[in-house]
Design a protein around this ligand. Structure first.
Ligand SMILES: O=C(O)C(=O)C[C@]1(C(=O)O)C=C[C@@H](O)C=C1
Length: 433
């Protein structure tokens, strides 16, 4: 396997990976981008923005909500009207143009193809997502090695993309930030295993925008070297999510053997093949069995046949929110104090009939504990959280704008992670259904 030597700085990582990629024209499937440096917590404040929203720029592009409700509403109104006028201009001229956000900051360059015929074609969502600057195939970073479910998710999100394997989630974020990849496709939750917390934390630390989502039915297989039988097995290895999704079935199959977590499902299959392990099985996809020459001992071993993982697509620029198809918006917020803040935030959506599809809390890393002293009773320590909420509305929808303006009044920090089309592909359960 070709791998990159770790370096101590992002600059080295950038030039190293660039030269590797240039020397291959197309990234070979076995080139895995490896983490070159760990996240520097001293940059955390810069990366996440100040926790206090006072004075933050009120642009959707910046991902922060501005200091006042009026600012926020006017920003949204200006942005929404720019979208409409941009569509009209483009349809009339058939050309490309820039959208300028509020405060005069350049927001996004629309890289649209000039239309030659007399029939102007309506813009589609994909037109509004900037095309790769290098003019080649879209390069999509995912965590894992070929055969991982994340690779399949990248292919579902961007059918003709060049999928770039990365050994860690963090590296996939960096690959997009450093222009090595155009997009990243990363798992955020699974119907059986729950949230992939690491990616929630990374969404906050990095400056990428959610530009889409895909839901992938996950159909697990038990894989071993050819000729190996279940009775020979002393351990099963896989990604922790995959182990969790198959726990009951493994027990039903009589596999009360050691479970070991590795970085990704396909990596587990590759490891067994590379080390000729005859006492070990992997939980991975049928494609991983093909790629690494393993046999399938059991199929569909997930504890629920309708096992689905939701992935988000990340880009350097946000897409322009629209209202002509179902959109979702993801936000993250924190509050200083007050017990009813969460209730107030949720009611801002409920009163406007906006459905929430997900709520997740993560420890507030900059301020994990709040100490409350009461002279009579003593000292209480409360945990502090960042709350992540997904709701079913576009930021171009005035209901969402008003709800967020209200949320801003109760919170000390608020960031829009992205407003993006919902995955509306027809329900396609696992094969055995
Ligand atoms: O290991 C893989 O194949 C992955 O793509 C990762 C991952 C995950 O992180 O949840 C993706 C889908 C499945 O839920 C299991 C594992």
């Amino acid at each position: 396997m070709q791998s990159l030597t770790p370096s101590s700085s992002g600059v080295n990582l950038k030039s190293l990976i660039r030269s590797k990629i240039q020397s291959h024209r197309v990234v070979p499937s076995r080139l895995v981008i490896r983490c070159a440096y760990r996240f520097d917590s001293s940059n955390a404040a810069a990366n996440t923005g100040t926790i206090n929203t006072n004075g933050a720029p009120s642009t959707y592009n910046a991902g922060h909500v501005g200091p006042s409700r009026a600012d926020w509403q006017s920003s949204c109104a200006i942005l929404a009207s720019k979208v409409v006028s941009q569509q009209q201009d483009t349809e009339m001229s058939g050309g490309a143009g820039n959208i300028t956000a509020v405060n005069g900051h350049k927001m996004i360059d629309l890289d649209l193809v000039a239309i030659n015929d007399n029939q102007p074609k309506p813009l589609t969502i994909t037109d509004l997502s900037p095309a790769p600057m290098h003019g080649a195939q879209l390069r999509v970073a995912y965590q894992g090695v070929p055969g991982a479910y994340s690779e399949a998710a990248a292919g579902k999100a961007y059918p003709k993309c060049e999928a770039i394997p990365c050994d860690q989630f963090e590296v996939a974020f960096q690959a997009v930030e450093l222009w090595i990849a155009d997009r990243a496709v990363l798992p955020v939750e699974n119907s059986l295993g729950g949230s992939i917390h690491r990616n929630y934390d990374l969404l906050l630390r990095h400056r990428l925008h959610i530009v889409g989502e895909v839901q992938l039915p996950v159909h697990h297989c038990l894989l071993a070297l050819p000729g190996v039988r279940k009775e020979y097995l002393t351990r099963v290895i896989s990604h922790p999510q995959a182990l969790a999704q198959c726990e009951l079935t493994l027990t039903k199959l009589g596999l009360n053997v050691a479970r070991e977590a590795v970085d990704d499902t396909a990596g587990a299959a590759e490891y067994i093949a590379a080390n000729n392990l005859r006492d070990t099985a992997a939980i991975a996809s049928a494609r991983a069995a093909d790629l690494y020459g393993l046999q399938i001992l059991a199929e569909g071993i997930q504890d629920d046949s309708s096992n689905v993982t939701r992935f988000v697509m990340l880009a350097r620029e946000p897409i322009i929110p629209r209202t002509d198809r179902p959109f979702k918006t993801s936000i993250v917020f924190a509050h200083h104090e007050g017990t009813s803040v969460l209730f107030k935030v949720l009611s801002a959506f409920a009163f406007r009939n906006i459905s929430l599809t997900k709520i997740e809390s993560r420890p507030h890393r900059n301020r994990p504990i709040r100490v409350v002293d009461d002279a009579n009773v003593g000292t209480a320590k409360h945990f502090e959280y960042m709350f992540y909420v997904d709701f079913e509305a576009s930021m171009a929808d005035v209901r969402a704008q008003n709800a967020l303006a209200e949320v801003q009044e109760f919170t000390s920090f608020l960031r829009v992670l992205g407003s993006y089309p919902m995955d509306m592909t027809p329900w396609c359960p696992s094969r055995e259904d």
